[in-house]
Design a protein around this ligand. Structure first.
Ligand SMILES: Nc1ncnc2c1ncn2[C@@H]1O[C@H](COP(=O)(O)OP(=O)(O)OP(=O)(O)O)[C@@H](O)[C@H]1O
Ligand SMILES: [Mg+2]
Length: 293
């Protein structure tokens, strides 16, 4: 009894201080993060000010497009409250494998490595309550303990806004190559993008691009272009914020239909205007942010 006492409170400190074990675990995690990330050439973070503007759709299409262009690609979904990436790749309900204490990503049909909180939840319908520190812990583990292997590109999909998730991503992942902001032509959404741009610049990241999603509507009957949200202004808006305009994606029912069929438009129909637009966007990302001519 008495001899055990010497160990009982070992390393236990008051509020806010890490115990020795916690400090060791933290250092080990830092090492794992550095090791893991050193095998990933390019990291691209997708963000938006507002919800529902198409971040996950953009992230999935970017991943598919990079993959099709010959890049070994992965996608990390750090949306803990509403993970959509598994569904977009038709991989809902997939069980994760473990190898040498590391979590194996789920592979898409085309070979995109996918990791999402969705794979760790019993049911997509179960709402969960996470506090900041817990969320941060899980996201750090996605970066340190997932066996990503050698990747050319990792796309990271965030929930909207400037909360714990994007902050943790930007703080944890070393040398992020680019942050891609998604907005709709709606001006309120653009004001919120400005907040994200400001946060990103504060984190000393200046490679920021803008994608305008749902920029115009293509009538499914006559294929006429309709500016239902008013004239598209993505290029002017990007210029105003001193960030790079990457392109406009139209609102088309084919994008949503692909999701219903568990596919992504860039994977399913390479000739579609949306797929072509994503190819042009990826080329711009390569030239402006990945230093490829
Ligand atoms: N260009 C588009 N054309 C048609 N539908 C689209 C387009 N982009 C996105 N959508 C649809 O809009 C909805 C929201 O898209 P998505 O889930 O990608 O947004 P999000 O910004 O990731 O949302 P959240 O903030 O909840 O994470 C989805 O149903 C998606 O299929
Ligand atoms: Mg999303």
């Amino acid at each position: 009894m008495v001899e055990n006492n010497t160990h009982a409170h070992h390393g236990h400190h008051g509020n806010g201080n890490m115990s020795e074990e916690e400090q060791k675990a933290r250092i080990q995690q830092e090492i794992n993060i550095a090791n893991n990330m050193s095998h990933i050439k390019h990291k691209i973070v997708v963000m938006s000010g507002k919800g529902g503007v198409g971040k996950s759709t953009v992230a999935a299409n970017l991943a598919e497009t990079f993959n099709k262009m010959g890049y070994n690609t992965g996608i990390l979904d750090v949306d803990i409250h509403g993970p959509n990436i598994p569904k977009l790749f038709g991989k809902e309900g997939e069980v994760l494998g473990i190898d040498e204490e590391k979590i194996l990503p789920v592979m898409s049909e085309d070979g995109v490595a996918i990791m999402s909180m969705g794979f760790l939840l019993d049911s997509q319908d179960t709402p969960i309550i996470w506090r900041g520190p817990q969320k941060t812990g899980v996201i750090r583990q996605f970066i340190s303990d997932v066996k990503w292997g050698n990747l050319d590109v990792l796309i990271i999909d965030n929930p909207p806004g400037t909360g714990d998730e994007p902050l943790t991503v930007l703080q944890t992942i070393p040398d992020v190559d680019a942050v891609v902001m998604v907005t709709t032509p709606n001006s309120l959404s653009q004001e919120d993008v400005l907040k994200c741009v400001t946060m990103t610049k504060k984190m000393k990241i200046s490679n920021i691009g803008l994608i305008e999603n749902m920029a115009y509507f293509i009538c499914p009957h006559c294929e006429e272009k309709l500016n239902i949200f008013g004239e598209s202004q993505g290029d002017k808006f990007a210029e105003l914020m001193s960030i790079e305009f990457l392109g406009s994606i139209p609102l088309t029912e084919d994008v949503a239909k692909a999701v219903d069929n568990d596919t992504i438009i860039s994977a399913k129909d390479e000739k579609h205007i949306v797929s072509k637009e994503f190819k042009s966007i990826v080329s711009k990302i390569e030239k402006s942010f990945l230093n490829k001519q």
